[in-house]
Design a protein around this ligand. Structure first.
Ligand SMILES: *Cc1c(COP(=O)(O)O)cnc(C)c1O
Length: 399
């Protein structure tokens, strides 16, 4: 054999006697077959088995099986991001003339998808009050084909009555999908509450280290799964086996990361609640939260993401306070080891249920640092806030 050929063909080595606890990243574009006939019939392997690297390798299938199991699903489809997962569901289940119902509190980039991608295809969107519950039935029209839920809602943490909404949709043959990124499969199982498709931005808690983007869709119904998987193929969606191997590694620590972030968040929220500049804390574990009862009924716990409504104060004061933080980083996304803050304004992304609070909103994601250190960091920021703001303990900032 010529050396050129030797450079191309890796000698087979025995894997006998090798056992490891790790999951290898099986990379592939091409998949090869033992016979010409097997190659000709490769299309039969599309849903189960291996046909082409884009459609899955053993690494991607291992992660899919693991995530499906955690969601009490039978099937999972991995896609390149959470947003890709949302768009895939919309394109797979909606056609021209159809309409999708989306909670007003949905992940904000979805609005742009509806306006710029779905509307030109003749697909209508209606945003609904997330607190509508069983009355969602009054919103259904003959064109309604898909209903999304996202609970708690992005930025403002409204808890939805998911079982009531899915029951109403099911009785009309309408498909339901849940963005379950906040809770993860460990704290809420959408399929157990009547949802057809459970979606998560794995980029957040599942990956957990702010270094991989991935989305996942889980289903029990084989026809629903096949529709999603086929449309993922049409769109050319694939995920990197390396990213899957990293995510499998992260999953091992998901339960303890979530528990720690919930515990630390409780301590940070307690401290924040005692600050005179804070008007309210939006997290469903807070007993006065309007969604507390439903959250207790449906969820196994809370994650470390919450929002804080500040009493009205000059915006520059709040910016200076956020800029003074050292441990907390300023950034979108969440669910990683590092604690994050993000100043957000829900007013611009609410059309069905106006956001009436005057004060600023800051979303917190509590990571894995020692909570005392996080509170010390916040103390520094609040000193800056106090220096900027003429004392505003009565709820109105002095002008
Ligand atoms: C981040 C996020 C997404 C989008 O996920 P990406 O992987 O960043 O595209 C969707 N929904 C929610 C609730 C999110 O927080």
């Amino acid at each position: 054999m010529d050396e050129t050929t030797k450079c191309v063909h890796v000698p087979g080595v025995s894997t006998d006697g090798f056992a490891s606890l790790t999951v290898p990243a099986y990379r592939a574009s091409t998949v090869v077959y033992d016979t010409a006939e097997a190659f000709r019939r490769r299309g039969e392997n599309f849903f189960d088995g291996y046909a082409y690297g884009l459609y899955g390798t053993p690494t991607t299938k291992m992660l899919e099986a693991q995530l499906a199991g955690l969601d009490n699903a039978t099937r999972a489809v991995l896609v390149p991001s959470g947003l890709a997962a949302i768009t895939l569901v919309n394109l797979a289940f909606l056609k021209p003339g159809d309409e999708v119902l989306i909670p007003d509190t949905a992940y904000a980039p979805v609005r742009e998808v509806c306006r710029e991608l779905l509307a030109p295809l003749g697909i209508g969107t209606r945003f609904y009050d997330p607190l509508v519950g069983a009355d969602i039935a009054d919103l259904f029209s003959p064109a309604t084909r898909l209903v999304w839920v996202e609970s708690p809602g992005s930025l403002t943490m409204e808890v939805q009555d998911v079982p009531a909404i899915t029951a109403a949709a099911r009785s009309r043959g309408i498909v339901t999908a849940a963005d379950n990124t906040w809770a993860t499969s460990l704290l809420f199982k959408p399929l157990d509450h009547g949802v057809d498709i459970a979606m998560q931005a794995a980029s957040k808690y599942i990956v957990g280290h702010s270094d991989v983007l991935m989305g996942v869709l889980c289903a029990r119904d084989e026809a629903v799964y096949r529709r999603l998987k086929l449309h993922a193929k049409f769109l050319g969606y694939g995920v990197s086996p390396e990213d899957c191997a990293l995510t499998i590694r992260s999953l091992a620590t998901l339960p303890i990361r979530l528990r720690q972030s919930e515990r630390s968040a409780a301590l940070v929220m307690k401290w924040l609640a005692s600050q005179p500049e804070v008007a309210s804390i939006l997290h469903p574990s807070v007993p006065t939260h309007p969604g507390h009862r439903i959250w207790q009924r449906d969820f196994a716990g809370g994650s470390g993401v919450f929002s804080v409504v500040f009493k009205p104060c000059p915006p520059l004061g709040l910016d200076a306070a956020l800029d003074a933080l050292r441990l907390f980083k300023i950034g979108a996304s969440w669910g990683g080891a590092h604690s994050l803050v993000a100043p957000v304004d829900p007013r611009s992304v609410r059309t069905a249920r106006p956001w009436l609070h005057e004060g600023a909103l800051v979303r917190f994601s509590i990571g894995l640092e020692e909570p005392d250190d996080l509170i010390a960091d916040l103390e520094r920021a609040f000193l800056v806030l106090r220096a900027c703001v003429p004392m505003s303990t009565t709820g109105q900032a002095a002008e």
